[in-house]
Design a protein. Sequence first.
Length: 116
Amino acid sequence: QVRLVESGGGLVQTGGSLTLSCAVPGSLFPLTAAEWNRQSPGNQRELVAKSTSDGPPVYGDSLKGRFTISVDNAKNVVYLKMTSVKPEDTGVYYCAVYGSDRRYYWGQGTLVNVSS
């Protein structure tokens, strides 16, 4: 069974930084795409960042410049670096990848709580 394992979530103060990690099974590489999505309380799940093999990264509204997605193909990890975080960044962050088998996989999520 394929599992993506997110880590790095936790409590962070407004203006602080946090880096999320998503461990991906090596059998899914090379990835076609990797994403981070989030679901904030009372809101629908939304795209945070997307990295594809054939273009520049795409970021959700107001996130470009604060968040950075990257893929380490040697370590089989997808990262999301979050800087200048705001209380509205609070939510559960989910990693998702399009694997080499052309299937879409999701992780279980990691909670980020930004205190004001």
